[in-house]
Design a binder for this molecule. Sequence first.
Ligand SMILES: Cc1cc2nc3c(=O)[nH]c(=O)nc-3n(C[C@H](O)[C@H](O)[C@H](O)COP(=O)(O)OP(=O)(O)OC[C@H]3O[C@@H](n4cnc5c(N)ncnc54)[C@H](O)[C@@H]3O)c2cc1C
Length: 399
Amino acid sequence: MVCTMSDTADVIIVGGGVIGVSIAYHLARRQVGHIVLLERDSLGCGSTGRSVASIDGLTLQPRAAALFARSASFFAHCDDLLGAPCGFVQTGSIVLAGPKQEERLGAAVSRMQAAGLDVQSLNPDELAALEPRMVLNGVASTSFTPGAGYADPVLTTQALAGAARRLGVEIQQGRMVTGLRCERDRVSGVETAVGPISAPITIVASGPWSGELLQTAGIKLPLQPVRHPVVCLRRLPAFGPAHHSLLDLTTGIYGRAETGGLTLLGSINPDVGYDPIKVNDGAGYVHDDYIFWTMARLVQRFPMLKSSELLKGWAGIMTITPDWQPVIGRWPNMPGLYCAAGFSGQGFQISPAVGDLLSGSITGSTLASEFLASFAPTRFDAKQLLRINQEGEMYGLLG
Ligand SMILES: Cc1cc2nc3c(=O)[nH]c(=O)nc-3n(C[C@H](O)[C@H](O)[C@H](O)COP(=O)(O)OP(=O)(O)OC[C@H]3O[C@@H](n4cnc5c(N)ncnc54)[C@H](O)[C@@H]3O)c2cc1C
């Protein structure tokens, strides 16, 4: 077979993580012409491959609610939609709030319900019946999302990439983009080590490396790479069936069951487990103090998990923005350039909506552009951030 490499395209996507392949697939469905996706390494090797891949079905952040709601059914129906599995396992998800977070959780439940998702507020008796192994000290209110769960990030990426290829997308792995090409105040394609590619539209979906790539066009965005460790343990058989996914706002942890009797565990406290790094320093490994911090909080809720086999875990790189919301859209003063980055720890579960809405916006849907307006890259000037603060959003993975 002879492989030829294009030197022109209608759209170039830089990055083959779950976001890049979702955009590629959704653009191809809209028949935008010749789409080339460039991945410097292999598909899913960045943040995506390290993801816990939880699909919570609920967010406390008002602006993100629509993205969560629009993505919800994709994972459960991936096989039907793409003809390939994404490894979705429905576990249901419980959120625990203390008196301080009670009001925000109630508002989030109402928002998700209004968006059409099955999210229920449970009283302590109902929760105890659902999960009798859980201790509810300090819990003022709870929610339950029956359809929540987790998927396999590698399978999901491959399913989207396969469907994109079948629709004609050219995916080149092992091809690094070394810079954006700028001509007369517009971006006109990319430079790579083996030659440039021209295109009227270039989309930077390069995960934690997006900031450095945008800088080659003179654009500075506050995209901060952070290392996020995930603890892994094996539950003992005496624990019984797998637990529901848990987001504990009172203690600041998440935990979800994993195939094979495992539980994955991490922090949702922005002060723990989100250490800023230089992107090319790597994610490092899981330190003991983080394991103790997360385990102590998990055992507070599930005392039976004290007797578990600790398997340590892994760390990955997330990209955080000042308001913990993604950057999705274009620059009015830089035609030809779009970006989808800064997912602040939630990019996996909203990847279907991001691909759908960004491709809708590129192909002229006003509705899609309106949806994405609050994620505009240009919001990071002082006035915009002030306005976001006044909306009363607290920053952090779940606020
Ligand atoms: C430990 C961890 C746990 C997480 N848990 C969850 C979770 O439970 N739920 C959830 O929704 N989200 C979670 N996330 C976040 C989620 O995984 C990310 O938001 C999502 O994977 C981002 O995908 P991406 O495609 O933007 O980035 P990436 O997956 O990083 O993809 C970017 C790709 O671009 C490529 N690239 C970079 N620079 C270039 C270049 N110059 N030329 C060509 N290619 C380039 C990289 O090689 C990479 O493959 C987690 C993240 C981590 C790290």
